[in-house]
Design a protein around this ligand. Sequence first.
Ligand code: MLT
Length: 394
Amino acid sequence: MAEANKHYKDLEPSYLFANIDKKVAEYMEKNPDADIIKLGIGDVTLPLPKACTDAMHEAVEEMAHIESFRGYPPYYGYDFLREAILKNDYLERGIELKKDEIFVSDGAKSDCGNILDIFDESNSVAVCDPVYPVYVDTNIMAGRKDNILLMECTEENGFFPQIPDRHIDIIYLCFPNNPTGEAASFEQLKKWVDYANRENSVILFDSAYEHFMREDKPRSIYEVEGAKTCAIEMRSFSKTAGFTGTRCGYTVVPEALTIGGTALNPMWARRQSTKFNGVSYITQRGAAAIYTPEGKKQVDEHINYYHENAEMIYNGLKSAGFKVFGAVNSPYVWLRVPEGYTSWEFFDVLLNKCRIVSTPGSGFGKAGEGFLRLTAFNTHEKTAQAIERIKKLF
Ligand code: MLT
């Protein structure tokens, strides 16, 4: 008899955002005319930058002619995109990497889960609490349920995890952080890099929100000395350039990164060429356009637009008496729910009384209880309306 993966029984019945969708769908069924404002999942609103769609139109045209048609894309991404990433995201920022250390993919979420293929099941894992649920769920699926250390990130420790007093094999760090919106300093990350090098551990650094960084803090883990021998970095064009539906991102696995004498770069290359057939030519042309002068300008406009929303939420709620965090280097605002409510109870209040979809902090882990996350990814108009609705109620 075939056996199903027994570890799935250890998971929560449904993925956090699927759970929220279900609650919203139930509400909509009862209130079909409700003018809901979505500040829940971090999905973007603005269309793709014009530089990207222009490049994609051209790529479609190329695909229509025998002399310029392309079949399977290269497993690790077209050179034009890998080179643009290398130059703009790393070399120009003083980070020495090589093209062959960059692997283009369909996004950071898939890579966060897929990367576990190159690690042994016996590895211990540390994640922040609260945390992007994908890190935890994919490790549970891989049989590590009892081998996950939750590192509390609270107001008291500035939402930054303490270095553990024992050995951990794989450490997930995400800065600017999802869900708290807080960024990490050079000194803070250096402590983790030193720990990982000392312990021969691997840091999985999720840098999906780096474009929102406003302060002088690391956007890449490789800005921290020593990171190339201990860290893998994942990035995404989803929040940077509106690619949530288009799907494109990349993962960096430095050649210098080895564990127990085994280099991880060739392992990831082997994994990707076996299980992944690359990102479409049209999508990669769109992604490469982000790095053109017009693309950069348009991306900056998008990021500024969302930053204005984040400020609007942050300042609006603060003036209404809420305790708020994040926003400065992030599209997320993390707020303390009023006394007497749990995260889910306050989620229900916002949905039922203000017609606002949010994300309850406890959905990101136990230490998220008592908090709630709002995203800056809606329009200015709807964001302003949402804040007015909350202010009226409190
Ligand atoms: C979030 O809302 O946390 C993100 O949009 C989820 C994701 O990027 O998969």
